[in-house]
Design a binder for this molecule. Structure first.
Ligand code: GUN
Length: 290
């Protein structure tokens, strides 16, 4: 069994990005610049955004964190997005989700200039992905594809089961795994799927992205399968300093011995997500299309 080390792989990807940033600097080109909008004080979102800002520093990007109280109006948020859309110095803009109930995530996502949409959530970017000529692939699916490619995991003709149909992970993953050049045969499963265990038992590759801690058990996995775990659920723990620990969607301890490859949680998909966001931001800076 080989652990897919997202931490180490993300460092390699970040080093490649940092090298390009340094080269750009030598050529007198501007630093890539990521702007992140955070509304309210959701604990998980705070951590994610702080990690994104920190990662920008590591690779030599400029970053701007724009914070709003939960009470901010949709109108104010949208007008800030309009301003950033026009700011020539900013290459990438993300609005951390979830947003408070009175703000439409759909409206916000659609307002972001697709050329700065480094999260890849805009319908134009999702549409391009579906049509087979992606511009910005959203960060988690992009990170998973990097892991699969850098570990030379065979995908052609393989049976791939994706569990979870979210717009952020499951659905784009199902598209990417079936695209030309990757050539897996994909089954996209969800909460209404009948016979999930039997479907999983046939799979060469399982991508678990349903958000239920330790959902995928050893009796659902075929010997030699590759398992990609996208889940991160915080559960209380008296064994850690912070008082909580992270669990994936996979019962790692019991599933791992059956696998050929598996991602741990933490240290698997998570670090790749942030590195991929940086990758998209660098791409935007290189394209210089605003
Ligand atoms: N919330 C959870 N994941 C993400 C992400 O990748 N981007 C944004 N903007 N919000 C998120």
């Amino acid at each position: 069994m080989i652990r897919l080390d997202g931490k180490q792989t993300s460092v390699a990807l970040k080093n490649e990005i940092a090298e390009e940033v340094a080269k750009r600097k030598e050529q007198g080109l501007k630093q890539p610049h990521l702007a992140a909008i955070l509304v309210g004080n959701n604990g998980a979102s705070e951590t994610y955004v702080a990690n994104k800002v920190k990662a920008c520093k590591e690779v030599g990007f400029k970053s701007s964190l724009i914070r709003y109280e939960t009470s901010v109006s949709e109108e104010e948020l949208l007008s800030r997005i309009d301003k950033i859309n026009q700011d020539q110095d900013i290459d990438g803009l993300i609005v951390q989700l979830p947003l408070p109930d009175h703000i439409s995530e759909e409206k916000v996502t659609e307002r972001i200039n697709p050329n700065k949409d480094v999260d890849g959530f805009h319908p134009q970017n999702m549409g391009r992905l579906a049509l087979g000529s992606p511009c910005y692939v959203s960060a988690t699916p992009h990170g998973i594809m990097e892991l699969i490619s850098r570990y030379n995991i065979e995908t052609s003709g393989k049976k791939c089961v994706v569990i979870g149909r979210s717009n952020i992970v499951g659905r784009p993953m199902s598209i990417l795994m079936s695209q030309k050049g990757i050539d897996a045969t994909v089954t996209l499963c969800h909460s209404r799927t009948v016979g999930l265990k039997e479907i999983c038992l046939e799979a060469d590759i399982i991508i678990a992205a349903l958000g239920k801690a330790e959902f995928l058990k050893a009796d659902m996995v075929k010997e030699g399968a590759t398992i990609i775990d996208v889940g991160i659920t915080r559960v209380p723990s008296d064994k850690t300093k912070s008082g909580w620990k992270l669990l994936g969607d996979v019962d790692f301890e019991n599933v791992a011995p059956k696998c050929s490859f598996i991602t741990p949680v933490p240290g698997g998909v998570g670090p790749m997500t942030i590195a991929s966001l940086l990758y998209n931001t660098l791409m935007s800076a290189k394209n210089e299309i605003y």
